[in-house]
Design a protein around this ligand. Structure first.
Ligand code: SAM
Length: 244
């Protein structure tokens, strides 16, 4: 059936592709993607050869119009380099244009780094706010953090390895020394999720510079900072007292 199919793909472990994603990729006419090499690799792994169409942050109104016209006749799968398309990735304007033109649009759920990190973080999840990447420039980053400081929800940021320590330090300065979690290399061989105070994790990663892909989560202001070492100490003490 013609239309736009938003297809979530793995975030590092090829086993996380869904059965429906494979089915739609098999049956679609065109795969629209950010990076044709990355999409080509996934398709090759699935044993598929498809016409690839680049759609990225630089794609303009004209590119969208062409895709809308094509989607009226053919099935177009929109994939991401990793995870769920459109989440910190290009595509929302394309979805809107398709819908405005009366083209069929559907979305196939699947891996998303933000949600995977949230579930693994051990932080409250009844309310969360996904804030994408922090701005690069220090002033803009400080303003963003100050804006978000009072929000009573777990905050989720996409982060890069070289910036992690600076971000943790800025969080401690502008939001207080809250509990934070760093989820790294999710679904991959060296997956790691570390929870602690912003200051303690800044220290840890200053000594041991992180690698790979990172999601940074910040506990809501209402959650008292939990120092894991201190909790361990208290537990050991309490257990000692329990002994006859
Ligand atoms: N659309 C994607 C999704 O659904 O998560 C996110 C795209 S965004 C351009 C890429 C960022 O997602 C990375 O810089 C990193 O912060 C995060 N990310 C992607 N894969 C990850 C993984 N396996 N582990 C940790 N973070 C990941």
């Amino acid at each position: 059936e013609p239309g736009l199919y938003i297809v979530a793909v793995p975030i590092g472990n090829l086993g996380d592709i869904t059965l429906r994603a494979v089915d739609v990729l098999k049956r679609c006419d065109i795969v629209a993607c950010e990076d044709t090499r990355v999409a080509g690799k996934l398709l090759k792994h699935l044993g598929l050869r498809k016409k690839l169409w680049r759609y990225d942050d630089h794609s303009d109104e004209e590119a969208r119009e062409r895709l809308v016209a094509m989607a009226g006749q053919q099935a177009i799968a929109l994939t991401s380099d990793a995870g769920t398309p459109i989440v910190s990735d290009p595509g929302f304007r394309l979805v809107r244009s398709m819908q405005d033109a009366g083209v069929f649009v559907t979305s196939l759920p699947g891996a998303c780094a933000a949600v995977t990190a949230l579930t693994l973080s051990g932080l409250p999840n009844d309310r969360f706010l996904f804030a994408g990447f922090l701005p690069n420039r220090e002033k803009a980053r400080s303003e963003t953090l100050a804006d978000l400081a009072q929000i009573d929800a777990t905050l989720i940021f996409y982060e890069t390895a070289p910036r992690l320590v600076a971000s943790l330090t800025a969080i401690a300065d502008l939001m207080g020394d809250r509990t934070v979690a760093v989820a790294r290399e999710l679904t991959k061989l060296h997956e790691e999720c570390r929870r602690g105070t912003a200051v303690s994790l800044a220290e840890h990663y200053r000594e041991k510079p992180p690698r790979g892909e990172i999601v940074l989560l910040v506990a809501p202001p209402s959650e008292r900072a939990i120092d894991d070492d201190e909790t361990d100490r208290l537990l050991v003490e309490a257990m000692r007292e329990l002994k006859p």
